[in-house]
Write a protein that binds this ligand. Structure first.
Ligand SMILES: NC(=O)c1ccc[n+]([C@@H]2O[C@H](COP(=O)([O-])OP(=O)(O)OC[C@H]3O[C@@H](n4cnc5c(N)ncnc54)[C@H](OP(=O)(O)O)[C@@H]3O)[C@@H](O)[C@H]2O)c1
Length: 340
C-alpha cells in the first residue's frame, strides 16, 4: 500500500529537490511520476538510485494519482491544478496562486499541522513562500511562550529562490566580470546581481513595499496569528542557495534571550548554533542540503521592552519549498488519506 505521486516541475530547482527528498525520506510511494513542460519530455531526473524520464504535464491523466506536488509557478498552476483536483488528486502547490484563499490551508507542518483537515474543501494545500517558512518555524515556539506583538525582518535571499534561470544569471555574470572583465546586462534581475545586493523582490505595491514583503506579512498572519504585525524588507543577494534573515521580535510578555534560546533548542525543525565567538553562527553555506532552520545570534534588544533579535538561515529549496511540501504530503497521508 502507498501513494501514486507526481512532481510537476520536476526539471526545476524545487522539483528536483522534491524528488530527492521523497527518496531520502522513503516516502511511501507506489509510483512517482516526473512531469514538466513538453520541451522537457524525456529529460532524465534522479529519484534516489532510479532515473525517471520526464513526461508532459499537458497530456498527463491524473486519474488514479493520489497527490501532486506542484512547482511550476502560478500561471501554469492555474491551468493544470483544477484538472488534477477534478480527477480526485490532492495538489500541494508551491506557487503563490492559492496561498491567500480562505478555503485553502497554508501549512508549515511544525507550526500549524491541524490546518491539514481543511484540505478537502478544494483538494488543494498551499506551501508558503520560502522566506516565510523559515521565519515561522523560528517564531511559533516563541509566540506560544510570550505572544509576539511585532516582527521587523530584513531578508538576504539567494538567487535560487528565483528559479534556475536566476542561478545561471549569477553564474554567468560572475564569470564574465571576474574572469573575462566584461560588463554584463541584467536579464532576470533588474540590476546586476554579481557582487551586488538588490533591495527588490517581486513587484512594487502602491504603499512602496514589494509583493515579496507583503507575502511575509500575510502568510505569518494566516499561519500563526492574525494579530502579529510584520514589517519586512526583502533583499536578493549573490548567494546560490540558502536564505538568511535578521529578525527583531517584540513580545507582549517578557522573554529574555537566554530563555528564548532554550525554547528554540527544543523546538521542532530548529537547530540553534549560537556560540558567541568567531564562526559560532550559521551561514547560508552551512545549511545547504540540510532540513533544519538554523538560528544564531540570539540576543536581547534593550532599545524596546520585551524584545530580542536573532539570525535565521535555511535551505530555501528544501525547508523553504521542497521539504515543506513533502512534509505536508506525509501529514496528509498519515492524518487524512491513510493508504500506507
Ligand atoms: N525556489 C524557491 O526557493 C521557491 C520557494 C518557494 C516556492 N517556490 C515556487 O516554486 C515554483 C517553482 O520554482 P523553481 O524555483 O523550481 O522554478 P524553476 O527552477 O524555474 O523551474 C520551473 C519548473 O516548472 C516547469 N514549468 C514551467 N512552466 C510550465 C508549463 N507551462 N507546463 C509544465 N511545466 C512548466 C519547468 O519545466 P521546463 O524545465 O520543462 O520548462 C520547470 O520544471 C514557483 O512557483 C516558485 O515561486 C520556489
Amino acid at each position: 500500500m502507498g501513494y501514486k505521486v507526481v512532481v510537476a516541475g520536476a526539471t526545476g530547482n524545487v522539483g528536483r529537490e522534491m524528488l530527492n527528498i521523497l527518496a531520502e525520506r522513503q516516502f511511501p510511494a507506489t509510483e512517482v511520476v516526473a512531469l514538466a513542460s513538453r520541451k522537457s519530455m524525456g529529460t532524465e531526473c534522479s529519484y534516489g538510485d532510479k532515473t525517471l524520464k520526464t513526461r508532459d504535464l499537458d497530456t498527463y491523466d491524473f486519474a488514479g494519482t493520489d497527490m501532486a506536488l506542484f512547482a511550476i509557478g502560478a500561471g501554469p498552476t492555474k491551468q493544470y491544478a483544477p484538472r488534477a483536483t477534478k480527477a480526485g488528486c490532492v495538489v500541494i502547490d508551491n506557487s503563490s496562486l492559492y496561498r491567500y484563499q480562505p478555503d485553502i490551508p497554508l501549512i508549515v507542518p511544525e507550526v500549524n499541522p491541524d490546518a491539514i483537515e481543511g484540505y478537502a474543501k478544494r483538494n488543494i494545500i498551499a506551501n508558503p513562500n520560502c522566506s516565510t517558512v523559515q521565519m515561522v518555524v523560528a517564531l511559533k515556539p516563541l509566540h506560544d511562550r510570550a505572544r509576539i506583538k511585532r516582527v521587523v525582518v530584513a531578508t538576504y535571499q539567494s538567487v535560487s529562490g528565483a528559479g534556475k534561470q536566476a542561478m545561471d544569471e549569477l553564474w554567468n555574470q560572475t564569470k564574465a566580470l571576474f574572469i573575462h572583465g566584461r560588463e554584463v546586462t541584467p536579464a532576470k534581475f533588474t540590476k546586476r546581481i554579481a557582487f551586488n545586493v538588490i533591495p527588490h523582490i517581486d513587484v512594487f505595491l502602491d504603499d512602496g513595499s514589494t509583493r515579496e514583503e507583503w507575502k511575509m506579512v500575510a502568510e505569518t498572519k494566516k499561519i500563526i496569528d492574525p494579530r502579529i504585525k510584520v514589517h519586512a524588507t526583502c533583499v536578493r543577494v549573490p548567494v546560490f542557495v540558502g536564505h538568511a534573515e535578521a529578525i527583531n521580535i517584540e513580545f507582549e510578555d517578557p522573554l529574555p534571550a537566554d530563555e528564548a534560546r532554550e525554547i528554540l533548542r527544543e523546538a521542532p525543525g530548529v537547530l540553534v548554533v549560537d556560540k558567541r565567538e568567531d564562526g559560532g553562527y550559521a551561514t547560508p553555506l552551512d545549511c545547504v542540503g540540510d532540513y533544519a532552520t538554523f538560528v544564531s545570534r540570539i540576543r536581547d534588544d534593550i532599545t524596546v521592552e520585551n524584545a530580542i533579535s536573532l539570525w535565521c538561515v535555511s535551505d530555501n529549496l528544501r525547508k523553504g519549498a521542497a521539504l515543506n511540501a513533502v512534509q505536508i504530503a506525509e501529514l496528509l497521508g498519515q492524518r487524512c488519506l491513510q493508504k500506507a
